[in-house]
Design a protein around this ligand. Structure first.
Ligand code: FAD
Length: 318
């Protein structure tokens, strides 16, 4: 079922969704089931699966010289989506990125997804690979997420990149895009970021999932700013627990979001992992309860590595 249909069917009740990463290459699918099994008690409406592009590494050859090779540390996004749908009978939302994909490869990936009965796609640009400073599209690929949205929308209308196809079958994807309550890090200012977001919606996106935030005011202000420019689609807040002192540094640097002083101070005072887990859990419960009260359509939990904390949060708010 489409994400937007889940929201319509809920008729104002806040739903829950989860986000997972495919396991590192070499690990089994059981590692994903192990994380998700306990959380399925709370009946998430859908589960997102992230996409990780190849990284370039230098490998030493037998003659002593080096060659540059692409390695994908976390392959399997589409396979995991199919496995989740099969195993849990839950809707899966694969993330699809522009980076590393030509338009033809994107088209083929979309055809696979539609054959698998996947109804949703989160359309993203992706970031530059670790060893590159700026995002560079594939020579035959897309520069921005909006271009990917347009391609998916075209396929929904039976228009293929492959020009020889006439009267091609139509897909029916529900298209999600990313939004940034604290602005995307490359954008010169919030207004221009909002303008680009509006363009993604006008191009046919059906809903927005936000970058994580730790201060709900940022989400509420973002929703208000979206509504003021006539972005009317559902805006799904993304939440993640902070459970260690290290994350006070890694989260702002990786995701370009602020951590409120009160939360940072409480984490700094913790002496054990159990204490910091508790602080992260309590903060997330406070955020989730407020979002439910304010009528958020869905709360999307970035499950990344802390399923026990998410479990405890769900237990307290459900
Ligand atoms: P875009 O919407 O293309 O925007 C990128 C930047 O370009 C923004 O600053 C925007 O303001 C600007 N911009 C847009 N259009 C134009 C234009 N026409 N001219 C000039 N500037 C423009 N990354 C992954 O690799 N895999 C994932 O699975 C993944 N999942 C994510 C899930 C969520 C919910 C979020 C919020 C992010 C996720 N990301 C993922 C990270 C994402 O790929 C990065 O944040 C990336 O830098 C931007 O992606 P985007 O889709 O928002 O890009």
């Amino acid at each position: 079922m489409k994400v937007t249909d889940h929201i319509k069917k809920a008729a104002g009740k806040t739903l829950f969704s989860l986000e997972i990463l495919p396991p590192m290459k070499g690990k089994s699918i059981e590692s994903i089931f192990h994380v998700l099994d306990p959380l399925m008690e709370f009946k998430p409406s859908f589960i997102n699966v992230t996409y990780h592009r190849a990284e370039q590494v230098f490998k030493r050859k037998t003659d002593g010289s080096f060659e540059r090779v692409d390695i994908r540390k976390r392959p399997g996004t589409v396979g995991i989506c199919a496995a989740l749908m099969n195993h849990y009978k839950v809707d899966a939302v694969p993330h699809l990125i522009c980076g590393g994909f030509s338009k033809d490869e994107t088209e083929n990936a979309l055809i696979d997804l539609s054959f698998l009965g996947i109804d949703n796609v989160l359309a993203l640009r992706g970031d530059a690979p670790k060893n590159e400073k700026y995002f560079q599209p594939d020579p035959n690929g897309h520069h921005y997420a909006i271009d990917l949205v347009k391609q998916i929308k075209n396929l929904n209308n039976g228009v293929y990149v492959e020009e020889t196809i006439e009267e091609g079958g139509k897909t029916d994807f529900c298209i999600g895009v990313a939004g940034y309550p604290e602005k995307h890090f490359e954008s010169p200012n919030p207004d221009m970021d909002l303008m680009h977001l509006k363009h993604k919606i006008d191009a046919g996106s059906d809903y927005i999932t936000t970058q994580m935030f730790f201060d709900n005011q940022k989400y509420h202000q973002f929703v208000q700013a979206c509504r003021e420019v006539n972005i009317e689609v559902p805006i799904i807040p993304g939440l993640k627990p902070i459970t260690s002192k290290r994350q006070l540094i890694t989260i702002p640097s990786l995701f370009h979001v602020d951590i409120p002083t009160d939360l940072a101070k409480e984490i700094m005072l913790c002496k054990t992992d159990a204490e910091s887990d508790q602080v992260g859990e309590d903060w997330l419960v406070m955020q989730a309860q407020d979002l439910i009260k304010q009528g958020a359509p869905v709360i999307h939990f970035y499950t990344l590595g802390k399923p026990k904390v998410i479990y405890n949060v769900m237990k307290r708010i459900c």
